[in-house]
Write a protein that binds this ligand. Structure first.
Ligand SMILES: N[C@@H](CCC(=O)N[C@@H](CS)C(=O)NCC(=O)O)C(=O)O
Length: 238
């Protein structure tokens, strides 16, 4: 059996890494929407591909017809880089450095910015006890700022994270793009600001950002905020 490459997708920073990479690489693909605001990530057919019930996930086929399943956006980016031969160096020296920055985003920038976003949302719930979020916001904001400082240093004198534009740039860019408000719109990070603008201007990035939005939502950010605040409000009852 074989078929088109499928991306199980919702338009979040992790999802958009994949739509942007696919557009940059010019690969043929099909979007399978997984509306995480409606709980579709819990469906058995999705869990068979992504047991951790998180988007994005990818299905593809080997030349001899075997089905490939991948979850975790970093693993998907590496696969797409290998498949296309683009944005992922073939030589070991370059590849190890791109992998290092890719894992830096996966283990650092993404989770820390995600936690900061969560506690900021909690703080916006009317009547919420300050002890539920004040120290968390302090801790995660400090760590997010430290990580932006690391990125700023790496970008000094460089156009892209690993000199050549790569999956390491795409991986961090979607997070900076959505959450740069957490660090004052990058005013203290001029190198990151210039890098962000450089990548935002790429036609493939613009196309990747327009890939499927749920028809009923005004936009991911507002819908996500509403859903997460509602959920955080429920936790308050516990
Ligand atoms: N480390 C994972 C994180 C994936 C992730 O957190 N996905 C979120 C959207 S950005 C999700 O599917 N959330 C659904 C849920 O929380 O149930 C990756 O990079 O793929």
């Amino acid at each position: 059996m074989s078929g088109r490459l499928q991306v199980h997708y919702f338009p979040t920073p992790n999802g958009r890494k994949i739509s942007i990479a696919l557009e940059e690489m010019g690969l043929d693909y099909e979007i399978v929407p997984v509306n995480i605001l409606k709980g579709e990530q819990q469906r058995p057919q999705f869990l068979e591909i992504s047991p951790n019930n998180r988007i994005p996930a990818l299905v593809d086929w080997t030349a001899d017809g075997r089905r490939i399943r991948i979850f975790e956006s970093g693993a998907i980016l590496q696969y797409l880089g290998r498949k296309s031969g683009l944005l992922y160096p073939a030589d070991e020296v370059g590849r190890c450095w791109v992998d290092s920055w890719l894992f830096w985003q996966m283990a650092g920038l993404g989770p820390m910015a995600g936690q900061l976003s969560w506690f900021i949302r909690v703080s916006n719930i009317p009547g919420r006890d300050e002890r539920d979020y004040a120290y968390s916001i302090h801790r995660y904001r400090r760590e997010v700022r430290r990580l932006y400082g690391v990125l700023e240093r790496q970008l000094a004198g460089r156009e892209f994270v690993c000199d050549e534009y790569s999956i390491a740039d795409i991986s961090s860019w979607t997070w900076v793009d959505q959450y740069r408000g957490q660090v004052g719109e990058l005013a203290d990070f001029p190198g990151v600001m210039a890098w962000h603008a450089r990548i935002a201007a790429r036609p493939a990035v613009k196309r990747g950002l327009t890939v499927w939005m749920p028809e009923s939502d005004e936009g991911w950010s507002s819908a996500g905020n509403a859903a997460q605040i509602a959920e955080a409000g429920q936790h308050k009852q516990n």
